[in-house]
Design a binder for this molecule. Structure first.
Ligand code: MLT
Ligand code: ZN
Length: 478
């Protein structure tokens, strides 16, 4: 098998006329489908939540079915035009950006919950289903789909599958891949593939389903997925613990686990994050606070409250200034509202912030926080860390007020990543590599491992036309 040496560059020049001609061809191919030519009407498809520059597509197609996806991928192959699959555009690594032009294939209209089966404890969904819509639908049946990325109100399952999304509850329940039993997907050749199973167990052959999960839309386009569901835990208990500084906060995480506890979420705010969210939070933070943890448990019966009390005591022993438990669902919601506004609050403060999602082994959390502080001080850059401390996954934010400052900040980003890797961590704990982190992949993975992944890519996509330029370091590598 030959590995494509480079992404085919479009023979045709770009411009309003060629974009309009491409849109016309696609409209003929898919009568009745929504097709937008590049330019103003396609503007919303040129960006995502990564903060990367806009990459205007040449055309946008809103697929209605797996057959539409097949038709577009066959056309892409015949015409040698790249195709970039896209969900809701909530991605933070540029995975849905048409960096090399071509067609953006949106799955937003394929948004049916095909089935929720209580007997099998599974659901079958199309990729355009919004995560929160699915969560509400299964919870109405007394069932639970735990993955909860911060964008859950608007991100779609296709993007979650492509990026193997996770959120606070990943600590106890794992990430998206832990909930996927099988899927239907279209290969870049246009073939329709069904892989995996509906039973909770199944070990036949290579696990192609799992290979697709987290492949960032570079191997195939998922058109349907079978997801595992569990009973909705009847009891949830949440606390908020306040600490004098971030080092003490991070150290408290260890104390909680040392008690033999496994919360479903353990989220950290450092001092800078507290200062940013404080004025917007629906409750007042105590004086002198320089860090906080949200700790949450779920399950059955009084044991859940006992676990919460034990976690609260661990926080107090670790140096907490105050520990408060949510008294009801409304208070719990307020705590999570505060957590979910962190990224926006920091962005309002410093519009050109760069946000990373590195992860380290849990035992290295304090070291990571110290390393970030030292990097910030060395470069004269304000930093803020928050996020999924329980699983060592921190959103390290480098805060800039202007684009010029941001340009200088790239050195600090490289240093944060270098420190993470020295601590045994990973460049991305949940947002994916996409475009944003492809230049760092070789710092984490060996040449042999990257070469193997390129060979896999070539097996699925010999022409290198599906979501080219994502994940791999060499911009010519596809
Ligand atoms: C979060 O956990 O808040 C998100 O993954 C990070 C972000 O929105 O920057
Ligand atoms: Zn996160």
């Amino acid at each position: 098998m030959t590995v494509p040496a480079s992404i085919p560059s479009r023979a045709r020049s770009r411009g309003p006329e060629s974009d309009a001609a491409l849109a016309r061809q696609l409209s003929v191919l898919l009568p009745g489908a929504t097709v937008l030519p590049g330019g103003e009407r396609a503007e919303a498809y040129a960006r995502d939540e990564s903060g990367l520059p806009a990459y205007p597509p040449e055309a946008v197609v809103l697929a209605r079915s797996a057959q539409d996806v097949q038709a577009v991928l066959r056309f892409s192959r015949e015409q040698r035009i790249p195709v970039v699959p896209r969900g809701a555009g909530s991605g933070k690594s540029g995975g849905a950006l048409a960096e090399r032009g071509g067609i953006v294939l949106s799955l937003e209209k394929m948004n049916r919950i095909v089935e929720i089966s209580r007997a099998d404890m599974v659901c079958v969904v199309e990729p355009g289903v919004v995560l929160e819509t699915l969560q509400n639908a299964v919870e109405a049946e007394g069932l639970f789909y735990p993955p909860d990325p911060n964008s859950q109100q608007w991100c779609s399952l296709g993007g979650n599958l492509a990026h193997n999304a996770g959120g606070p509850r990943a600590l106890k329940y794992g990430v998206t891949r832990d909930w996927v039993l099988g899927c239907e997907a279209v290969l870049p050749t246009g073939e329709l593939l069904r892989c995996g199973h509906r039973s909770w167990k199944g070990v036949a052959g290579y696990d192609v389903t799992q290979l697709l999960i987290g492949s960032e839309g570079t191997l195939a386009i998922i058109t349907k997925a079978t997801l595992k569901l569990i009973p909705l835990p009847p009891r949830v208990e949440t606390l908020l613990a306040f600490f004098p500084d971030e080092d003490v906060t991070a150290a408290a995480v260890q104390r909680i686990f040392a008690e033999g506890l496994l919360p479903r979420a353990c989220e950290l705010f450092d001092g800078a994050t507290m200062r940013a969210v404080g004025p917007r939070a629906p409750f007042r933070f105590p004086e002198g606070v320089g860090g906080a943890l949200i700790v949450e448990f779920d399950g059955h019966g009084d044991g859940v409250a006992e676990e919460l009390a034990a976690a609260g005591e661990a926080c107090t022993r670790a140096g907490a200034l105050d520990v408060v438990a949510a008294q009801d669902a409304a208070q719990r919601r307020k705590i999570w509202e505060t957590r979910r506004m962190t990224s926006v609050a920091l962005k309002d403060l410093r519009p050109h912030k760069i946000s990373e999602d590195v992860a380290v082994p849990r035992g290295k959390l304090v070291d990571l926080i110290r390393a970030v502080r030292a990097i910030g001080q060395r470069h004269g850059i304000e930093t803020a860390c928050y996020g999924h401390a329980g699983d060592g996954n921190l959103h390290v934010n480098l805060l800039f007020g202007s684009p010029e400052e941001q340009a200088r900040g790239h050195e600090s980003v490289a240093e944060v990543i270098g420190a993470t890797l020295r601590l045994g961590g990973t460049i991305t704990g949940e947002h994916g590599v996409g475009l944003a982190k492809r230049d760092f992949l070789a710092g984490e993975q060996s040449q042999e491992l990257i070469a193997l992944q390129r060979r896999l890519k070539a097996a699925f996509d010999p022409e290198g036309l599906l979501n080219p330029g994502k994940i791999f370091p060499d911009p010519e590598g596809g």
